[in-house]
Design a protein around this ligand. Structure first.
Ligand SMILES: [Zn+2]
Length: 387
């Protein structure tokens, strides 16, 4: 499991940043010189150096004193391993960013609400700014990153990496996200669909550990699937495989952002489920704009709404089970926070509509990494690109 470091206090963090910058500029510096250079007390310097050593951000080496007499001094160096990577997760309504080391340990991360669908340029700018913040927090610069890897919430042309679907992420059409991010970060950038990233995160550290044939469903503002077949991500001929959110439902008529009517995501997106929950439980929504789905789902009436969404999603997944016969379906994205009532609804439809043997075989779980599955998947993907 990738670990998150405990959050230090702002003052302690500032001290650590100050020392990291000084050690970067003066590689091989002693604690005493570090204290002199930064104006920090000897004890504050020693304490922060201990913190940085514990986080493996710096290393110390013993050196004989210049005159060859006296105690050897400990020289401090920035421990910038070759495999630091940057990871970005674009959702439809947020950008999350992390810097991680070769052990997939997240050193710094940020998440911010951004209208990614409508404001491509702003979202790309924000991602680069958040990444710069993360690097700054750890006294690093972009040149310390082996690469940056980003998940994008739409189909990408498998051969060119360009956004081709004018119906799903309209403001991104004809953009080359890897090129755009490389221009903003100065690093080599890899991109993939966000659900593929989520699948990779769950396969490496989450509920799909050890699975070779499974479906990761990202159920949030859109509904997308990452298909892992025989241990590999399956993209299809053009990179569009897994766009299950635009599967037509026979009885649905609502207009979808893709221009069609009756798409799956018009019925079970988090936006639609929250709209329905606000109708039946206005009190909870009056207290806070977005009450916890997990808490709401304990209410029997709310659980019915969530269960119905699960059954609708399960109806589509049942057909996919018949085609691909996966061993697991892992549900991630914001809707997965509803938990058991959602899974129960999906299970009900699978049992009803999938071939019995396929339905019996498939395990259904929520993403163990929760809303961080895509970001951790991007870290995993970035590290896979490090030779
Ligand atoms: Zn649609």
């Amino acid at each position: 499991m990738p670990t998150r470091l405990p959050d230090p206090s702002p003052r302690r963090l500032r001290t650590q940043q100050q020392l990291l910058s000084a050690i970067r500029r003066h590689a091989g510096i002693t604690r005493r010189d570090l204290s002199r250079l930064t104006g920090l007390s000897r004890s504050a310097t020693a304490e922060a150096v201990q913190d940085l050593l514990a986080q493996c951000l710096i290393a110390e080496r013993r050196s004989d004193s210049a005159a060859g007499v006296g105690r050897p001094s400990a020289l401090l160096f920035l421990n910038a391993p070759e495999a630091l990577v940057g990871a970005i997760d674009f959702g439809h309504n947020h950008v999350a960013v992390a810097v991680a080391d070769s052990g997939s340990r997240v050193l710094a991360d940020r998440r911010q609400a951004v209208d990614v669908d409508q404001e491509a340029t702003h979202a790309l700018d924000q991602a680069a700014a958040l990444l710069a913040d993360c690097l700054d927090e750890r006294g690093l610069t972009a040149s310390d990153l082996a690469n940056v890897t980003a998940g994008i919430p739409c189909p990408l042309d498998a051969s060119t990496g360009v956004v081709r679907s004018p119906t799903i992420l309209a403001s991104w059409v004809d953009l080359d996200p890897a090129h755009e991010l490389a221009a903003r970060t100065g690093r080599l950038v890899f991109v993939d669909n966000d659900a593929n990233m989520g699948a990779r995160g769950e396969q490496r550290f989450g509920a799909a550990c050890g699975c070779r044939d499974f479906i990761y469903v990202k159920a949030a503002h859109g509904i997308g699937a990452g298909l892992v077949l025989n241990g590999e991500t399956y993209r299809g001929a053009l990179g569009i495989a897994g766009e299950i959110g635009h599967t037509q439902l026979p009885d649905a008529t609502s207009l979808c952002r893709c221009g069609n009517r009756g798409c799956l995501e018009t019925v079970v997106s988090i936006t639609e489920v929250r709209r329905q929950l606000a109708l039946i439980r206005p009190q909870a929504h009056a207290r806070t704009a977005e009450p916890s789905l997990a808490e709401l789902s304990r209410d029997p009436a709310a659980a019915r709404v969530v269960g119905a969404a699960g059954r609708t999603l399960g109806r589509v997944l049942a057909d996919i089970c018949n085609v691909l016969n996966p061993e697991a379906i892992i549900v991630g994205g914001e809707l997965s926070l509803a938990g058991e009532p959602l899974l129960a609804g999906i299970r009900e439809s699978l049992d009803r509509y999938a071939q019995p043997a396929a339905a019996q075989k498939v395990r259904i779980d929520v993403a163990a990494l929760g809303l961080r599955a895509e970001l951790i998947g991007a870290v995993t993907t970035a590290l896979a690109h490090v030779v």
